[in-house]
Design a protein around this ligand. Structure first.
Ligand code: NAD
Length: 270
């Protein structure tokens, strides 16, 4: 138990040190999927630090509970709701739970996703799974979140795409297709709900240091190759994506909708 507390304490200060955000989301409610780890955890923590009540969601219960603990230890307010985004009923129940506990939903960060570095994405089952989580999962979330936001006068949705949503990649057809799909869905949502005060944007991260890239990043040779591909000469940190998500949700981005925001250390312009 002592060890767990020490680990959480260290993680909390590691995250806080990297976040210098200054938003006031007091009285607002944010829902983040894939928040048990990586980019989702950093966004959930940042929302918690900015005064929002946070609905942390993931299939990974341990990771989700840990994110809630991190937020609470830093003085924030959060609950965990387990949800597989590929299951439409579970996503509807997730949003219903957010409304039941906090009374409203202002922001949705649809971020849960998988990659299949080891598997052949041309295989039907691998392809189907990637689509059901990375693309259909985002659709399920947007539909349920917008339904709730329409009841309360509006909100902001940010989806997680990737630079693979804008450029090609020779090794991951399903990942590339789903992330392009997320950009398309984002543009659709932006137009569909513009008159109802719901802004819809997406972030397109480059290579970010999370569990998803750990296998590659832990190999010094591969890591150096990834760093060399990026003009800024390093991998990004999850908090650097979280800060963009919070900006897109904030009133400071009040005229921004339908935008795929690239955060990649310059990789796509090199
Ligand atoms: P991560 O593996 O740390 O986090 C992904 C989270 O999604 C995990 O906690 C996982 O349990 C959860 N998840 C997986 N399947 C789920 C499902 N069916 N329902 C609900 N939750 C599920 O990786 P990350 O890098 O933080 O990835 C977050 C998002 O960012 C993903 O959509 C990913 O494609 C995208 N992204 C990551 C990078 C990168 O370099 N790390 C780059 C571009 C885009």
């Amino acid at each position: 138990m002592t060890n767990v507390c020490v680990i959480l304490y260290v993680k909390k200060y590691a995250i806080q040190e990297r976040i210098g955000m200054n938003y006031d989301f007091d009285g607002k409610v944010a829902l983040i999927t894939g928040a048990g780890s990586g980019i989702g955890r950093a966004t959930a923590f940042a929302f918690g630090q900015s005064g929002a009540s946070v609905v942390v969601s993931d299939v990974n219960v341990q990771g989700g509970d840990e994110t809630v603990d991190l937020i609470k230890q830093a003085g924030g307010n959060a609950i965990f709701v387990k949800c597989d985004v590929s299951d439409a009923g579970a996503v509807n129940a997730l949003v219903a739970q957010a409304i039941k506990v906090y009374g409203q939903l202002d922001y949705g960060h649809n971020n849960a996703g998988i990659t299949n570095i080891q598997a052949d994405e041309w295989k039907e089952d691998v392809w189907d799974r990637a689509l059901s989580i990375n693309l259909t999962g985002v659709m399920h979330c947007m539909r349920a979140e917008a339904g709730a936001m329409l009841q309360s006068g509006g909100g902001a949705i940010v989806n997680t795409s990737s630079i693979n949503g804008l450029t090609g990649n020779p090794s991951q057809p399903a990942y590339v297709a789903t992330k392009h799909g997320v950009v398309g869905l984002t543009r659709h949502g932006a137009l569909k709900w513009a008159k109802q005060n719901i802004r819809v944007n997406c972030v397109c991260p480059g290579v970010i240091e999370t569990a998803m890239t750990e296998a590659v990043a832990s190999n010094p040779q591969y890591r150096a190759a990834m760093e060399n591909m990026t003009p800024l000469g390093r991998m990004g940190q999850p908090e650097e994506i979280a800060s963009a998500v919070l900006w897109l949700c904030s009133d400071q981005a009040s005229f921004v909708t339908g935008h795929p925001l690239v955060i990649d250390g310059g990789a796509t312009v090199a």
